[in-house]
Design a protein around this ligand. Structure first.
Ligand SMILES: *[C@@H]1O[C@H](CO)[C@@H](O)[C@H](O)[C@H]1NC(C)=O
Ligand SMILES: *[C@@H]1O[C@H](CO)[C@@H](O)[C@H](O)[C@H]1NC(C)=O
Ligand SMILES: [Ca+2]
Length: 332
């Protein structure tokens, strides 16, 4: 009997390995990092929220963190106080922008990955210029000129400290890319995802109550250094809105590249090309699970699955036959 157990264990381990291989492809979002995340309950044992600092009008309740209330001239922000040394990452922010204004509301909020932190300024509550990446969730259109687009509008800006954000043009002249997104005054949960993987920045939204990511834009040739900080800030001016954050979930992405790890980039943020403002990419990719699987990847997974099942089946038969032989040897 003792002989059979390790064999069966080998078989089980092999199957588990194959399953893990397949499952690994399906679930690249396994590595949530708590030090860059902010989830309920926000308050730890003490008064503060671990790893996060708050400023301005920010108010913490049991169910949300309100960066600004629906009142004029407010600025609020939350800042992670742990620098990020993960080279490839994805961050999901559950937010709610809502208020009494039917046609007039603003100004919006921004998600930051910057060298500086806790600096109040006039770019959605944060300092200008900044060094790093900004994702603007702009709800108010200040602009009627060329590159005009509907609001709310999501855009990205990369800065090495030399550019200033121009409110009068809603930042269109410095944006990497952007898309329109109706994320305001929704009765269901709304999310934005920012993914930075191998120098490609991808922003997606889940704002249609479909539990699936929809591409906003993707830009390659982006270099972001490690060691910067994540933050979210919001501002109201003459116009106002409640800008609430429910959660920030940070995921370390698996680098499935088998080549030796490149040294971590520590230079200034760089974009190989600044794209002209583009039309909305209306590409709904369905479920979370299938969201990142393009055709050939799905094919590879199916082939792996078929091979995996086949191998398990064969190994099973061999073990079964061996067992039969052994039993025969023993009993006859
Ligand atoms: C900063 O960015 C600007 C514009 O994108 C560029 O002209 C400048 O050379 C950059 N500076 C450094 C030090 O990389
Ligand atoms: C959002 O979706 C859920 C589940 O499908 C549904 O129960 C709910 O009524 C939807 N909410 C709105 C406001 O459409
Ligand atoms: Ca604006």
């Amino acid at each position: 009997m003792a002989v059979h157990v390790p064999r069966r264990a080998t078989w089980i381990i092999l199957c588990q390995f194959l399953l893990a291989l397949v499952a690994g492809e399906w679930n690249t979002k396994d590595y949530q990092r708590r030090e860059h995340s902010l989830v309920k309950p926000y308050q730890g044992s003490g008064m503060g929220v671990p790893q996060w600092d708050f400023m301005g009008s920010t108010m913490v309740t049991n169910n949300y963190i309100r960066l600004t209330p629906d009142r004029q001239s407010k600025i609020g922000a939350i800042w992670n106080n742990v620098p990020c040394f993960v080279p490839n990452w994805e961050i999901h922010i559950q937010f709610k922008v809502h208020g009494s204004g039917k046609t007039l509301f603003g100004d919006g909020f921004a998600v930051w990955y910057t060298k500086e932190r806790m600096k109040i300024g006039n770019v959605f509550g944060n300092a200008d210029p900044f060094t790093g990446l900004a994702i603007f969730m702009d709800t108010y259109s200040n602009h009627n000129g060329p590159h005009n687009h509907n609001h709310p509008y999501i855009s990205a800006m990369l800065n090495n400290g030399s550019l200033t954000y121009d409110h009068d043009t809603d930042g269109t002249h410095t944006q990497l890319s952007g898309c329109e997104a109706q994320f305001r005054n929704k009765d269901y949960d709304t999310y934005v995802s920012i993914r930075y993987e191998r120098n490609t920045l991808t922003v997606s939204t889940d704002i249609d109550n479909k539990s699936g990511w929809k591409d906003c834009f993707s830009v390659s040739g982006i270099k972001l250094p490690v060691g910067y900080y994540f933050g979210v800030s919001a501002a109201t001016g003459d116009l106002a809105d409640n800008h609430d954050v429910m959660s920030v979930k940070f995921y370390e992405l698996d680098d499935d590249d088998s080549s030796p790890k490149a040294p971590l980039y520590t230079g200034l943020p760089e974009a190989s090309a600044m794209e002209a403002p583009r039309d909305r990419v209306d590409d709904n990719k369905g479920s979370y699970l299938l969201g990142n699987l393009t055709g050939w990847k799905l094919l590879v997974i199916i082939i792996l699955l078929v091979i995996g099942v086949g191998v398990c089946f064969m190994v099973g038969i061999i073990i079964f036959q061996k067992q039969q032989e052994n039993s025969r040897k023993r009993f006859y």
